[in-house]
Design a protein around this ligand. Structure first.
Ligand code: ADP
Length: 395
């Protein structure tokens, strides 16, 4: 019988979902609820190419999952194939180094990690609780964004601060986008079988952006830290800056450190520099019309991405492949070209025609013929990875 998985990605103000069948390769229905906990919450279902949107009377996580359940009750052909629910969980701390079947102990662990992801983990725990209530009898699986990076060595994950902070509070680099990196690494080994014995650099560039070095199939370094603020310049996040800036910004704007950090998270990055938008596409359009701040923001994004890729490369024996993924990585020939132009020291050279004409949503090798590190575009698919993990654990 066909087996499908309901994948739930529960955020604080939105909930994305999908039902995937055929080993995660077929999407039977997908959708999203947003503006949760306001009186403007809506839920959208996309089924057989048609979108339907409904306003939610009550925008709670429970009412969203109840709506999904009601929709499934009306589509019994899909509902009867469900064998489990897979949840994306942002922070698994040091407790979770792989995906797990959820029981009370796991829920307690997710709640304990909430101190590092106060916006995300409580929402995930809520989503899990509601899903248990509404889908009794279906096994639930948690898939953690941090898990893939649990293979980092202490010299890479420790911050050079007094050791007691790690000992007593587990302050360390955790890294994120792990489900995306694991998917890319797993998928890549299906098209380049010996890549599991090679050095691979992956740039996941979206509104949130990070890089990861994968050595012999395992994460050896990544740019995000104890939170997703560290590393690359992003849509609205500054990425790595001198931490003294928190105090300077606090003094300049007469705000406390929490507000200064919020400014680094929400008002910085591409948005902060361009003073226009956090959206790469908007900035590329503005740059073409002569907006010099939009160009500067994109140039800074490219330089910083290249620097972090180069830095992560120090954990590899050699760089065999560079892979671009995420909304920007998959869709912006301009930034791919600019980033690679800053990585000539690694002999990374792309073919500009292949880069420009890479088909959207598909795998492409965009390397110039004489480039040893091969450069690829691979669309990520975190939902598929969650469904595969769920199926494996259930079986
Ligand atoms: P998130 O981190 O929210 O998942 P995404 O991976 O969806 O982000 O990526 C969103 C980013 O991708 C935005 O900055 C958007 O402008 C950019 N993007 C999407 N399509 C294009 C395109 N055709 N050209 C340039 N940038 C694009």
């Amino acid at each position: 019988m066909k087996q499908s998985i309901l994948v739930i990605n529960c955020g604080s103000s939105s909930l994305k979902f999908a039902v995937l069948s055929d080993e995660g390769t077929v999407t039977l229905v997908e959708g999203m609820a947003d503006r949760l906990n306001t009186n403007q919450s809506t839920i959208t279902f996309k089924h057989q190419g048609q979108k339907t949107q409904t306003t939610l009377d009550e925008g709670s996580h429970k009412s969203v999952v109840t709506h999904i359940k009601q929709w499934l009750d009306q589509h019994n052909d899909i509902k009867r194939t469900l064998v489990g629910v897979g949840h994306r969980v942002v922070h698994g701390g040091e407790t979770f180094s792989r995906s797990v079947l959820i029981n009370q102990e796991v829920i307690d662990g997710i709640n304990e990690c909430a101190k590092f992801a106060p916006l995300h983990n409580p929402a995930h725990a809520k989503g899990i609780e509601v899903a248990f209530e509404l889908f009794p009898g279906l096994p639930q699986i948690a898939v953690f964004d941090t898990a893939f990076h649990q293979t980092l060595l202490p010299e890479h994950y420790l911050y050079p601060i007094p050791m007691r902070f790690y000992r007593d509070h587990h302050f360390r680099k955790y890294g994120f986008h792990g489900t995306s990196y694991r998917y890319i690494s797993h998928f890549f080994s299906s098209i380049v079988p010996n890549s599991h014995r090679q050095g691979v650099l992956i740039a996941h560039l979206g509104n949130g952006a990070s890089v990861c070095a994968v050595n012999n199939g395992q994460s050896s370094d990544t740019s995000m830290g104890i939170t997703p603020l560290e590393g690359l310049m992003m849509g609205t996040r500054s990425g790595s800056v001198d931490p003294s800036l928190v105090a300077f910004i606090g003094q300049a704007d007469n705000i406390n450190s929490e507000k200064a950090l919020s400014l680094l998270n929400k008002k910085s990055g591409l948005l902060g520099i361009s003073e226009l938008s956090n959206d790469c596409r908007t900035l590329e359009e503005a740059m073409l019309l002569g907006d010099s701040k939009a160009k500067l923001a994109l140039d800074m994004f490219a330089v910083r991405t290249a620097k972090h890729l180069a830095s992560s490369a120090t954990t590899l024996d050699k760089v065999d492949h560079v892979i671009f993924t995420g909304g920007i990585g998959e869709n912006s020939p301009y930034l791919r070209d600019l980033i690679c132009s800053h990585l000539r020291v690694f002999n990374i050279c792309i073919d500009s025609q292949l880069n420009q004409n890479a088909p959207r949503g598909d795998v492409s090798n965009i390397s110039a013929s004489d480039s040893h590190p091969q450069t690829w575009i691979i669309p990520t698919n975190e939902e598929l990875m969650i469904a595969l993990d769920a199926l494996q654990l259930i079986r």
